[in-house]
Design a binder for this molecule. Sequence first.
Ligand code: ADP
Length: 567
Amino acid sequence: MLDRRYRMLMDKLGPALPGLLVMSLFINLLALATPLFVMQVYDRVIFHAGLTTLQALVLGICAVILFDFFLRQARSRVLQRVALAVDVDLGRALFAKVAGLPLQVLEARPGHTWQFLFRDLETVRNTVAGAAIVAIVDLPFIVFFLGLVIWLAPPLAWVFAIVAVAFAVLGLWNGLTVGHATRLEREAGMRRDRILNEIVLGRAVMKSAAMARPLQDLWEDGQAASIASSIRRGRLADSSMNVGASLGVIATIALTSVGAVAILDLEMTVGTLVAANLLAGRLIAPLSQLISSWRALAQMRDSAGRLAAILAEPDDRRADAIDLPRPSGRLQLEAVSFAYVPEAPPVLGNISLRFGPGGLHAIVGPNGSGKTTLLKIAHGLYRPSKGRVLLDDGDMSQFSRDQIARWIGYVPQDGFLFSGSVRENIARFSGEVADAEILAAAQLAGVHAFVADLPDGYDTQVGEGGSRFSTGQRQRIAIARALVGRPPILLLDEPTSNLDREAEEELRRQLVELGKSTTVIVVTHSPALLQSSDSITVLIKGNIALAGRSDQVLPRLMGNNVRQVGT
Ligand code: ADP
């Protein structure tokens, strides 16, 4: 059974392999022409002054050179096609996989890990189509050359045997040490780049809190560790290469010396010795190439391992088993518990709640009480560790992400937008959303009022992450995005936290209006929103402290001071 990483590589390389092997066979056979040519020139042309033979030989060798050139070109083309297949097929599969992984898996690793996976793809692509693969394909022909040399020049056989064993030992040592050092080098590079990534993400905090100096120190530590590991890997690789080069020279000297003795003993001709030396070159070349490409091969092995592991991860449900009718908007949590890490205490414990259809439902509670987590579970972004979520009596886990996104609008706290226009963001980058629908969503979310004013209107570019707009504006665009398609359920995470009083009041009115036809669940601290809600759930430390109709819960909440409970 092939390890899955090799299976993945063989999927791409496999179809090209027979062609590569045939071409390499001919290239290696043609490589015999030069030693044969030299042998003939030394043993026949020179000794017998055979100029006509020389002419024929030169003509013949020219034809061989030409043929060899075309064969090599063809082999490169085949490898380029393999590279293209890796780029296109694996690239597409990787993107689809990363986009399709459950949020919990995506959040479990630092953001830059995912970018590095695409670098892994490049590593695989460059190596699979590079010199190292040619050297590997050439490896079986070493046995052929070895056999030929032993047959041609028996007195040199033992020298060849020693050289081959020495290269094998060097290759093994190189493989173990350079492979390990390459892995350490990558890890050190990742640690350094993580610091850089965070500096870019938190650039405003870095400036405002004057953290540049300490952060630079941190980065420099990371950079120093990365350089140290590169130097170590470089030293090991260089040592192997240099030992390989010395071994090559030693092989030539040993062959020539032993050959000279054999010639004196009349066991061999001069031509045979020169030819054997050339053959030794053909034998040593792929071995040296392998040693110098070891870093690339080790990187490819590790990269392919990481890619194969990610590609084997289970996705969020993608396909809809059946196209279900639009739900009425009833959402139910049945004894839901949730922990971010299995061994940690649960963030939510045994939560049972019912919402809708319709109505405005508020969730309130101190920071860290699990409100955001609850919304993400209600949206199917996280799977409950225990219990289940029901959408109109159907277990949420049976629905695909597309279905859930159509039925449940979700507005996260930060209102993240993707680079593109306001229109594209509201339409979720789909070309199928009609202008009228975009406009209706924008008006409901209070976006139209400030976007219509802009010189480019709905074509205004929002900038990276939506940086062109204030947090409050971003949040409202995110609300419009969630409203497209008029989902029967709408989840909002603190939508008023960045709104001024007027905008908050407008949003309150709109949510109350929406609540008549849509189940609106909102995490909020806003007294105005709480007062307009039909139901209120108070979460404390992951448990329901109070829940019920707002006219029953609100007085008790007020007694404890809403702001205290809610902040
Ligand atoms: P709230 O929205 O009420 O402020 P959250 O749902 O964001 O609370 O967080 C609830 C608890 O879960 C907190 O203790 C927080 O530290 C923890 N938590 C939130 N997100 C993660 C995460 N990605 N990994 C681990 N723990 C988390």
